[in-house]
Design a binder for this molecule. Structure first.
Ligand SMILES: [Zn+2]
Length: 383
């Protein structure tokens, strides 16, 4: 098994994509995972050369961010004609449902990892857990997310979580007199009376008043996508090669590309709960993107730390030099000082590709990354 894993690794390029996001997300329910609670977390910030404890900042869990990446990936895969299982195609991240649920819906997921990943991009990229077989089968997610953290350098006095009472009104609820006349007075048939009285009760209950909390903040998060894990089963050996079994290489490439594109769809803030009434008023401030071909680059430094752009560039430069890895960095940062830009350009000056590190919009950065990784213009899936 160990030898097979090593062999498979030698044969395949180890593509990796990493990202850091910093931006404003105003009046959103982004971190609302339970009915009326906005998540807040303690953090340790680094300021003036020493750690500083901050008891609470608004925070959006990595589960929430990963879920929105999953939803974007499903939509992109559906458009591209890739395979989706019953639950993933409905944007429900149930990976894998228990046997009794599968029987009820007359669906089957198979028993081997290779079958499951062939049948659905969701299980392939975002992982799954199957516990009902004799031996539990688990596939780790190919992508990982940090929490999005309200940046501690913003003063506490600007931090507010506001609870709004929303109401839902019913145009007209019949009065008692109206009901009496409708059912024929006091001697009306009891069944008829009950039906009409119940109707009045149901209509008044529809006049719902419900509180919802909203928060505004300056958030940052980082994410890593191990693109080379996509389409590879880590528990099925290919007997002819001794390596790991893989899905069709065209579909694999397409999934790698869609995984990157799903991030591009997240950065305008189309993430989180209650989008219908609280699509965040979003403004990306900096988007740091990088990729490498041997998979050695680490996650960027999280934007909660000062000077994270320069520090991330240094890290990536150092690691890729050590492992002789080919890499690309693209940064969207219209508001940073020229001196910081020059510092980063200097750090990355001898990188393999020639184009400018700084881009005028984040989407150009994503496009450059896709092209660098050789994932441009993937053929349509052949199933
Ligand atoms: Zn699925």
């Amino acid at each position: 098994m160990t030898r097979a894993v090593i062999n498979a690794g030698r044969g395949a390029a180890e593509l990796r994509f990493v990202m850091a996001y910093e931006g404003l997300l105003n009046i959103s329910s982004l971190n609302l995972e339970r009915e009326a609670e906005i998540r807040r977390m303690p953090v340790v910030y680094w300021e003036g050369g020493e750690p500083k404890f901050i008891p609470e900042v608004p925070a959006i869990s990595g589960v929430m961010l990963k879920h929105w990446h999953f939803r974007n990936l499903v939509e992109l895969s559906r458009e591209g004609g890739d395979r989706l299982c019953f639950f993933c195609s409905q944007l429900q991240a149930i990976r894998i449902p228990p046997k009794r649920v599968q029987e009820y819906y007359k669906i089957s997921y198979g028993k081997k990892e290779i079958e499951l990943i062939k049948n659905c991009v969701g299980e392939d990229v975002h992982g799954f857990l199957m516990t009902e077989e004799k031996e539990a089968l688990r596939r780790e997610s190919c992508i990982s997310f940090s929490w999005a953290i309200g940046l501690p350098r913003l003063s506490e006095e600007y931090r507010r979580i506001v609870v709004v009472q929303h109401t839902r009104n019913v145009g007209k609820i019949p009065s008692k007199d109206e009901i009496e006349s409708k059912i024929g007075g006091e001697n009306a048939d009891q069944n008829k009376r009950k039906i009409v009285e119940d109707l009045q009760k149901i209509l008044s209950q529809l006049q719902m008043i419900y509180p919802r909390p909203y928060a505004s903040d300056f958030y940052g998060f980082v994410s890593v996508a191990n693109l080379s894990r996509i389409g590879v089963s880590y528990t099925d050996i290919d007997n002819s090669t001794g390596g790991l079994q893989m899905i069709d290489s065209n579909i694999r490439k397409k999934r790698q590309r869609n995984t990157i594109l799903a991030y591009a769809k997240m950065i305008q803030g189309e993430i989180g709960a209650n989008l219908a009434r609280s699509l965040p008023a979003s403004m990306p401030i900096t988007v740091f993107l990088a990729a490498s071909k041997k998979g050695t680059i680490p996650a960027p430094v999280h934007p909660i730390y000062p000077n994270y752009l320069v520090e991330s560039a240094k890290l990536i430069k150092g690691v890729t030099k050590l492992f002789e890895d080919e890499y690309i960095v693209r940064i969207y940062a219209p508001y940073i000082d020229e001196s910081v830009k020059n510092q980063i350009t200097q750090i990355l000056q001898d990188k393999a590709e020639d184009n400018a590190t700084f881009v005028d919009d984040p989407y150009t950065g994503f496009k450059n990354i896709i092209s660098f990784l050789g994932l441009e213009g993937c053929a349509e899936n052949q199933q």
